[in-house]
Design a protein around this ligand. Structure first.
Ligand code: HEM
Length: 511
């Protein structure tokens, strides 16, 4: 054996050991007991365009691995993340973990004092959450329905005026509906609406800020790619300014005539209406503004998308719309202009209407994936997957895939509101697989208000308006997946890259 040969073997051995050690070190950050790479297309799509992720790919992976946890490389966070989509794993994570730094991009435009971004262990969070929860007590939510009914009727009347003489018109649902929903949200929260910036500008600012914040937080192997200048920072700055100015004007306009007990008075935490006079500290003012921005974002973008998805899914099934309209007519006449509490209870008890809302939330949860970070020092054991998740790991909680699990939902991709009728859900297995509002300590604060709002809006609109798609539906199973557009935090329906448009006409009621 020559000396050169021994030398080559020795060098190769050293290189192999060094490479192995380096790979091991990188992988140890993600504890690869179970390292399963995403398909190349999806990894590539995250690296090339890190602002988008393919929900469809996640769902296929979840199915392929029978809803067991798997690991994937998250290019935006530049680390291995665990992905969970089985209800037992999901509930373990949601009950035991907080957000960690997974939402740093959202704080860029919502600030760090709001409920979405404050950590659970923070005393301020616990105090604010308890206080604001009282503004959503069941009796107060019932009262909100009158406000939702008023704004829904106004929208219906605007559409009826457009479709005068039985004509069929095309409308951009996003623009029409966003104004009504923001107006309703502001009214129930005690926010007066400023005349500028316009609601459309604010709605679009939230989406631009989410996109720019998301891009800014992209890093590669721990090195942040954020730039202090450039178009992205400018876009984030401009959008944040629009949102900030809207929130500041809301507070300035609302304080002089604030109702005690409304959300804003709880946020301000003062008995006296001029609590935010110049004498107040800047810090308190910033906290109040962050809460106002958080409620606008959390309460509008989500209900907006749920309502759009519900109407889009209904537009593909004329028979279902007719059945739904008949169910609603049996509860109250289309001529009704003001809802009182007895109508609210009736509306909320209509089985097909409730099924439509739940089924739209199942197929297209407005927050399709939420993130948590494992705390403590010993990590967490996932019972269903039998996987140990180390401390500090970010976990993607994939509500989208969980809610399309075929063991709980036969024909999981078809829109079938009837599946929510009692006899199909006798074991409660479907409910176990549903968490569009998340669960645990950080579950949505506005859940009941949102469900009531969606039911009142859909009931009022479908009773008088018929919705039709712009073109015959092309997707399989009436799923509408081809309309899916992820806006970083939320999931919206769009048509050919534009806000959703549909045909509307007056509903002719047959006796
Ligand atoms: C269909 C409508 C809605 C859906 C699907 C929805 C969904 C969610 C989800 C999934 C979360 C948890 C986010 C996370 O942990 O990352 C959340 C949190 C939250 N939502 Fe909603 N939401 C809706 C409507 C509303 C409304 C109408 C309001 C208020 C008026 C609201 C206020 C909040 C707040 C304040 C939080 C933060 C709670 C906390 O961390 O303590 N949401 N929502």
């Amino acid at each position: 054996m020559s000396a050169e040969f021994l030398c080559v073997v020795a060098v190769s051995l050293v290189v192999a050991v060094a490479t192995w050690a380096a790979i091991h070190k990188i992988l140890r950050r993600g504890q690869p007991q179970l390292v399963l790479l995403m398909p190349r297309k999806s990894i590539l799509s995250q690296i090339v365009s890190p602002s988008s992720y393919s929900l469809d790919d996640f769902c296929k992976q979840a199915n392929a691995f029978q809803f067991k946890a798997f690991w994937y490389f998250n290019a935006r966070m530049a680390r291995w993340c665990a992905h969970v989509s089985h209800p037992d794993d999901v509930s373990t994570i949601l009950l035991s973990c907080d957000k960690g730094d997974a939402y740093a991009d959202v704080s860029l435009f919502l600030g760090s004092h709001g409920l979405l971004t404050l950590p659970l262990a923070n005393a301020e969070y616990c105090y604010q959450r308890r206080k604001m929860q009282r503004a959503f007590a069941p009796n107060l939510v019932r009262g909100m329905a009158t406000t939702f009914g008023k704004h829904a009727s106004a929208l219906r009347n605007r559409w009826l005026a457009k479709t005068n003489n039985g004509s069929i018109v095309t409308t951009v649902l996003y623009y029409d509906i966003s104004e009504s929903l923001v107006a309703a949200l502001c009214e129930i929260s005690g926010f007066s609406i400023p005349s500028s910036p316009s609601i459309r500008d604010v709605a679009s600012a939230f989406r631009r800020a989410a996109a720019a914040g998301h891009r800014r937080s992209v890093s590669v192997f721990g090195i942040s790619l954020s730039r202090s200048g450039g178009n992205n920072s400018k876009s984030l700055e401009d959008a944040t300014q629009v949102i900030q100015s809207f929130a500041e004007k809301i507070v300035a306009l609302s304080l002089p005539s604030l109702d005690t007990g409304c959300l804003l008075s709880r946020i301000c935490d003062e008995d006296s209406p001029d609590s935010l006079s110049p004498a107040r500290t800047q810090e308190k003012r910033n906290q109040v503004l962050d809460h106002v921005k958080t409620f606008l974002f959390a309460g509008f973008e989500t209900t907006m998308n749920s309502l759009l998805w519900s109407i889009l899914l209904l537009s593909n099934d004329t028979g279902l719309q007719t059945d739904l309209a008949a169910e609603i007519n049996s509860a109250f006449p289309p001529s009704l202009t003001t809802l009182d509490v007895s109508h609210v209870d009736l509306i909320r008890s209509l089985p097909l209407l409730r099924g439509v809302v739940k089924e739209a939330l199942r197929l297209f949860p407005p927050a399709p994936i939420i993130f948590r970070t494992v705390g403590g020092s010993s990590g967490l054991h996932l019972p269903h997957s039998n996987v140990h998740i180390p401390s500090k790991t970010v976990v993607a909680v994939d509500l989208f895939s969980m809610q399309r699990n075929p063991t709980a939902f036969p024909n999981p991709t078809s829109f079938c509101p009837q599946r929510w009728q009692h006899e199909c859900n006798i074991s409660g297995d479907m409910d176990k697989h549903m968490a569009p509002f998340s669960s645990g300590a950080r579950a949505c604060l506005g859940r009941d208000a949102a469900m009531t709002e969606l039911m009142v809006f859909i009931a009022t609109l479908v009773q008088s308006i018929k919705f039709d798609p712009l073109r015959p539906h092309l997707g399989g199973d009436n799923d509408c997946i081809e309309y899916m557009k992820t806006h970083h935090v939320t999931l919206a329906p769009e048509f050919e890259g534009q806000p959703l448009r549909l045909k509307i006409s007056q509903r002719i009621v047959t006796p």
